[in-house]
Design a protein around this ligand. Structure first.
Ligand code: IMP
Ligand code: MG
Length: 178
């Protein structure tokens, strides 16, 4: 792991213990809400991988897991809202209860695209579970049923989130030092 003195790792936004506690709380909520349903977790690669695996570990309802990978055109730290699917679902989701698991909602444009795309496949229900949201930056109004933490308008790294593909393995969420 990178040492904490790595000079691109700035202040801690969410410590590891808070992540653990909140992920358990979210898993309890999801377990309650999806009892008796046909739950398909859709993890958005790659950022949601750590969150998804910790979340599903604590679910006590049956679930299937699938993945999508999308790329948004834009710079390293800003998305443009123009989204391209790099990997689509394996599962057919028609009539099923889909929960999108996302690392972070920044402008919300990526999620807006995903919601529209998946809604077009006629799932029985479609909701979002996002670990982090940046309320100051959100450009579109999205129904995000489950949210882990609201964070300030900083570029976040760690617990799945990358800067140029690095820092995903940090056990906490920190701000990128600029
Ligand atoms: P949005 O379309 O602006 O909401 O951005 C969505 C995607 O951009 C997320 O799923 C992340 O992969 C990436 N992203 C946005 N903000 C951050 C950040 O602060 N750190 C790391 N990745 C981010
Ligand atoms: Mg990313």
């Amino acid at each position: 792991m990178q040492r904490v003195e790595d000079d691109t790792i700035g202040e801690i936004l969410v410590p590891a213990e808070d992540l653990k506690r909140r992920v358990r709380e979210l898993a309890a909520e999801v377990s309650r809400d999806y009892e008796g349903k046909d739950l398909v977790l859709v993890g958005v690669l790659k950022g949601a991988v750590l969150f998804l695996s910790d979340l599903m570990r604590h679910l006590d309802v049956p679930c299937e897991v699938d993945f999508m990978a999308v790329a948004s055109y834009g710079s390293a730290t800003k998305s443009s809202g123009v989204v391209r699917i790099l990997k689509d679902l394996d599962a057919v989701i028609e009539g099923r209860d889909v929960l999108i698991v996302e690392d972070i909602v920044d402008s919300g444009l990526t999620l807006q695209y995903l919601l529209r795309n998946l809604a077009g496949r006629n799932p029985g229900s479609l909701e979002v579970c996002a670990l982090l949201v940046k309320p100051e930056r959100q450009k579109v109004d999205l129904r995000t049923k489950y949210v882990g933490f609201e964070i300030p308008n900083r570029f976040a790294i760690g617990y799945g989130l990358d800067y140029a593909e690095r820092y995903r393995n940090l056990p906490f969420v920190a701000a990128l030092k600029e």
